[in-house]
Design a protein. Structure first.
Lengths: 318, 461
């Protein structure tokens, strides 16, 4: 048979159905409950910031790739994820241009300048948030109460830091997200549902989120704040759930090895607790993840899996 | 019963439903067709022709002698006239091999030398000789001469003879059909091997997606004290020799070592049946069961063909293609080489002809590695394919070797699972060849240097 349309290629000849796009789609689906709760609590302003943030991230990626004559890869949905995650990290009271600045920084500086998808060494959304926090500290730490009134308030973590235990919202409110905070971080329940979805779909491993959260739980239970120990309450406040399930698990900036993921998670938990209790900021999730991002190459170097049929050490020397 | 397995690996869709319930059908080569017998259809030295142009040969007659210790003889699978000796013919792996060409007279006259034997009274030497003279090689794909494998160096203690009945490659069902249809030969063949290694236990390892085969062999072995049937979890690459040993015995064959070092001999289903044919019936390897499958063939199924027939001849007899194939694979989709024509001679190790439609053969575009780590999570050898791929792209061959790139078994699990569709296994395979070549060249250069120095020293004396 003479068929000139025959493909000759190296093995394997079949590929799994999973793609970057399907993974990113799963991350977006997992973020939906928290997004919806953010809009429920912080109303139209939250929706507006989310839409602007996503649009800015996607447009920034497309323009950068066009300008540098690369293939435009916005259809892989990774820019959508970055834009959405950044919006989750912004207070609902922020002006409209804040997510644009953050998204452009995240996509162009943190992601594309280092080689694009998978090549960035820090999480783009977190880098965007850190940039905004350093540039506009007042805007980025002005919190409002959920609901139509949106009067200014303090986050539970700030209250804890100040020792104002009597003004704290109830644990139920903290768990459901009816507290001050960024758009997407307040509803622990919605974030846990999204995280479980990602683990169930095999997009992320349980190791980083579970070990991160457990580390914070154990350390806050041990250390306490001036003798007050409320570890479960601390887990439900601040950006811990968002960070543990959606930020620390970012593929590009977390170890690929199982042992490495455990080290990364313990490191994140340790730094978060230390910053929260002893640091100058009330919250330390973003910075601890960013710091651990920088340690990933080193962690990976020392946590390589043992190969099948590895020779015993003595035999190797001989 | 407990389901045995190994760490990591992948679960590709198995595609076996296309052919698994279709009984083996016998296909004879057409009268006056030419059959091709490549001299290299095993690992080791090519066989040496012992017939001449014009000779008339019969079914089962030896036409080429083993070309060395690690080699295997070749037999005529039909009767007819030798029309050419040494013609280069395309083999399924893509190499051209000098071949004997025989024109089929269609009579299928049998060679007189083939006679039944009572293997229970044969000595080990006689059994090994019969296996060698039966042209038996590893039919799972490697084609290593079986008589060499069955006689490990003195002092090696063999306590397990494993039958590799995992058939983990998607689409393939030829071993499965043989287990159902030639159960008795398989069990007796294993008993012959166990006669050579009386202290060993025989274990037939079958994946749990073949419950009928497990039941049938369990029934057949129930009164045989030294043979067991082990149920393995269906997972690719369970049929890898090292991973079969790991799953069944818990032992790890060390990097660079052979199964015998872990006390194991592993043979494929069809190899064991061929041992029975060679020893008990005196019939050498002349036939084999080929799974013809995929979306393109009109009539997928399992066909018992005569070795030396071309795939073209086979396809013509079974109704050809319903869709023009976009890719033709001699073997399974994970590890089988592709062919650009069906004008290729079948050889002893031809287990399948997988013909894919354009949709099935689609190769997705590569994108950036997103470092999801799935290749690391699934590599059965515990390697980091993403890192090896990055080293290759950087041209760092030394780093590739240092990070155990040469331990890769080329199963393709990394490329299969990669969501960025990167050519991981493909790049690793190519680099393994380059680096292994460099290693061999360096060793040869060192030897030559040592010799030259020795000569120079002698001359100085």
């Amino acid at each position: 048979m003479d068929n000139t349309n025959i493909t000759i290629s190296s093995t394997p000849h079949i590929r799994s159905g999973e793609s970057i796009q399907s993974i990113m789609r799963d991350v977006i689906i997992a973020l939906l409950p928290a997004t919806v709760m953010g809009i429920v609590y912080f109303r139209l302003q939250a929706l507006l910031l989310i839409v602007i943030s996503i649009a800015a991230a996607v447009i920034a990626e497309a323009l950068y790739q066009k300008g540098t004559k690369q293939k435009v890869t916005i259809s892989d949905l990774s820019a959508v994820v970055t834009g959405l995650l950044l919006a989750m990290n912004i207070p609902s009271s922020a002006p409209w241009w804040v997510p644009i600045v953050g998204s452009v920084f995240a996509i162009v500086i943190a992601k594309q300048l280092f080689g694009g998808l998978g090549q960035n060494f820090v999480n783009p959304a977190l880098a965007g948030r850190a940039f905004l926090l350093a540039s506009y500290p007042t805007i980025m730490t002005s919190w409002v109460t959920p609901g139509a009134d949106a009067v200014s308030t303090a986050t539970p973590l700030a209250l804890l830091k100040a020792g104002s235990f009597d003004q704290l919202p109830s644990l139920t409110d903290a768990f459901l997200g009816n507290i001050g905070g960024t758009i997407g971080e307040t509803c622990a329940l919605a974030l846990i549902i999204g995280g479980i979805y990602l683990i169930w779909r095999g997009v992320i491993s349980w190791r980083i989120p579970v070990i991160y959260i457990v580390t914070v739980f154990v350390l806050t239970a041990l250390i306490g704040r001036n003798g007050v120990r409320m570890p479960i309450y601390e887990l439900c406040t601040g950006g811990l759930m968002l960070g543990a399930f959606f930020m620390a698990t970012d593929y590009a900036t977390s170890p690929v090895t199982a042992k490495g993921q455990i080290i990364m998670a313990v490191g994140c938990g340790l730094l978060t607790t230390l910053i929260r209790i002893f640091g100058g900021y009330p919250e330390g999730v973003s910075y601890s993840i960013l710091i651990m991002n920088l340690c990933v190459p080193l962690i990976e170097r020392y946590t390589k899996p043992t190969i099948f049929g590895a020779l015993p050490k003595e035999a190797k020397k001989a | 019963m407990e389901t045995l397995t190994f760490k990591r690996g992948v679960h590709p869709p198995d595609g076996k439903a296309l052919t698994k319930d279709i009984p083996i059908k016998v296909i004879l080569p057409k009268e006056n067709s030419e059959l091709f017998f490549p001299m290299s259809q095993h690992i080791g030295a090519p066989a040496q022709p012992i017939v001449q142009v014009g000779d008339h040969v019969k079914v089962g007659q030896k036409i080429a002698e083993a070309g060395g210790f690690v080699s295997s003889p070749i037999f005529a699978s039909i009767s007819g006239e030798v029309v050419e000796v040494g013609r280069p013919v395309l083999t399924p792996g893509g190499a051209m091999s000098p071949s004997i060409v025989i024109k089929n007279d269609g009579l299928m006259t049998e060679y007189e030398g083939m006679a039944q034997r009572d293997y229970t009274t044969m000595t080990n030497e006689e059994i090994l000789a019969a296996i060698k003279e039966g042209g038996v090689v590893g039919l799972g794909g490697a084609g290593f001469p079986t008589q060499v494998k069955l006689a490990p160096p003195p002092g090696t203690k063999i306590d397990h003879v494993l039958v590799n009945a995992a058939e983990c490659e998607p689409y393939l069902t030829c071993d499965y059909r043989l287990m159902l249809e030639e159960t008795d030969k398989l069990v007796k063949g294993l008993q012959i091997v166990l006669k050579l290694h009386p202290e060993a236990k025989g274990v037939i390892g079958i994946e749990d997606n073949k419950p009928e085969a497990i039941a049938k062999l369990k029934e057949a072995c129930k009164d045989i004290p030294n043979i067991e049937v082990a149920t393995l979890k269906a997972k690719f690459p369970q049929g890898s020799e090292k991973h079969l040993i790991k799953a069944i015995t818990g032992r790890e064959v060390l990097s660079g070592a052979l199964p015998a070092s872990a006390g194991c001999i592993v043979d494929n289903v069809d190899t064991i049946i061929s041992i029975y044919n060679a020893v008990a019936l005196g019939r050498p390897i002349m036939r084999r069961v080929v799974t013809v499958t995929g979306g393109a063939p009109a009539n997928p199924g399992n066909y018992q063909i005569r070795i030396g027939m071309t795939f073209k001849d086979l396809m013509e007899q079974i109704g050809g293609f319903k869709v023009a194939p976009a890719k033709m694979i001699a073997g399974g989709p994970m590890m089988g080489p592709t062919m650009y024509t069906t004008d290729v001679a079948t050889v002893k190790t031809s287990s399948a002809l997988l013909c894919l439609t354009p949709e099935e053969a689609y190769i997705p575009e590569e994108s950036n590695c997103i470092r999801c780590g799935k290749c690391v999570d699934h590599c059965p050898m515990g390697l980091m394919p993403l890192e090896l791929n990055a080293l290759i792209l950087r041209g760092d061959g030394e780093g590739f070797v240092k990070n155990h790139g040469l331990d890769c078994i080329e199963c393709g699990s990394c490329s299969y699972i990669c969501p960025a569709k990167r050519q991981l296994a493909q790049s690793i395979r190519a680099t393994k060849k380059i680096e292994a070549g460099k290693k061999a060249a360096a060793a040869a250069a060192a030897r030559a240097k040592a010799e030259a120095e020795k000569k120079a020293a002698e001359a100085a004396k």
